[in-house]
Design a protein around this ligand. Structure first.
Ligand SMILES: [Zn+2]
Length: 240
């Protein structure tokens, strides 16, 4: 059993909006100041890997950047032998890197041979990630063919299809729909105007887009002005 399996698989965090950052894990060198190891990532996700010696954040590669970088140095850890006997030891940066990345190579994350990734290394990482994405898309196709169930398809599969720009029915995330109170047709949540009957569903938003209730001869008026306001009233504040 690998350490990864014992301690949970790496988690990807959503919504990271920062730029490329060089993150240095601060360590307390325990006598052994081994060389720094650089981890490069072309993944568009943040990854967090938890170990007894720390939580490691592999930053997402920001759009337009060639890669993100995480620098590792050696760390001290302790094995609890029981009976208050503890065995301190040092893990080298390279050992940490290899351990962290065992499940992440397919996502375009790798240990650089030098201080920065070379063009060849980046190209190889991209090729490996794309091959992985193609495998995932194949899996998604197989699962979809079996039962057309969105539940079987994971975010990983969807991301792969979206990342490669591949059109797949199963990669489509159903949009949240609600019913237009005027005509009963399905409309996207939060829209200002019903696309079916043109009823104004959000007067304030509609006004922002120049779609006031005034002068309309559609069912929109009936809905937006259900309080019998004169149609000339353009102030949406009353809806408050
Ligand atoms: Zn409608």
């Amino acid at each position: 059993m690998t350490a990864l399996a014992e301690q949970g698989t790496p988690r990807a965090a959503q919504g990271y909006a920062g730029g490329r950052r060089d993150v240095v894990i601060d360590t307390q060198p325990k006598g052994d100041t081994a060389a720094t190891v650089a981890i490069a990532s072309i993944s568009d996700q943040d990854w967090y890997v938890s170990r007894t010696h720390g939580v490691y954040h592999i930053p997402a590669c920001a759009k337009g950047e060639p890669y993100a970088l995480l620098l590792l140095t050696s760390r001290g850890d302790v094995i609890d032998l029981g009976d208050n006997r503890r065995f301190p030891f040092t893990i080298t940066a390279r050992e940490i890197a290899d351990d962290l990345l065992q499940d992440l190579h397919d996502h375009g994350i790798f240990v650089c041979a030098g201080a920065r990734p070379s063009p060849d290394e980046l190209a190889a990482a991209a090729a490996r990630r794309d091959a992985y994405y193609h495998r995932l898309i194949g899996e998604g196709d197989t699962m979809w063919a079996r039962g057309h169930s969105y539940r079987e398809i994971s975010d990983l599969h969807r991301r792969a299809a979206i990342a490669l720009g591949v059109e797949r029915e199963w990669a489509y995330v159903p949009m949240k729909l609600s019913e237009c109170p005027a005509c009963g047709e399905k409309v996207k949540s939060g829209v200002a105007v019903c696309k079916h009957c043109h009823a104004i569903l959000d007067a304030e938003k509609a006004a922002q887009h120049g779609l006031g209730p005034a002068g309309r001869e559609s069912p929109a008026k009936a809905v937006a002005d259900s309080n019998a306001e004169p149609p000339a009233a353009k102030q949406p504040e009353r809806k408050k």
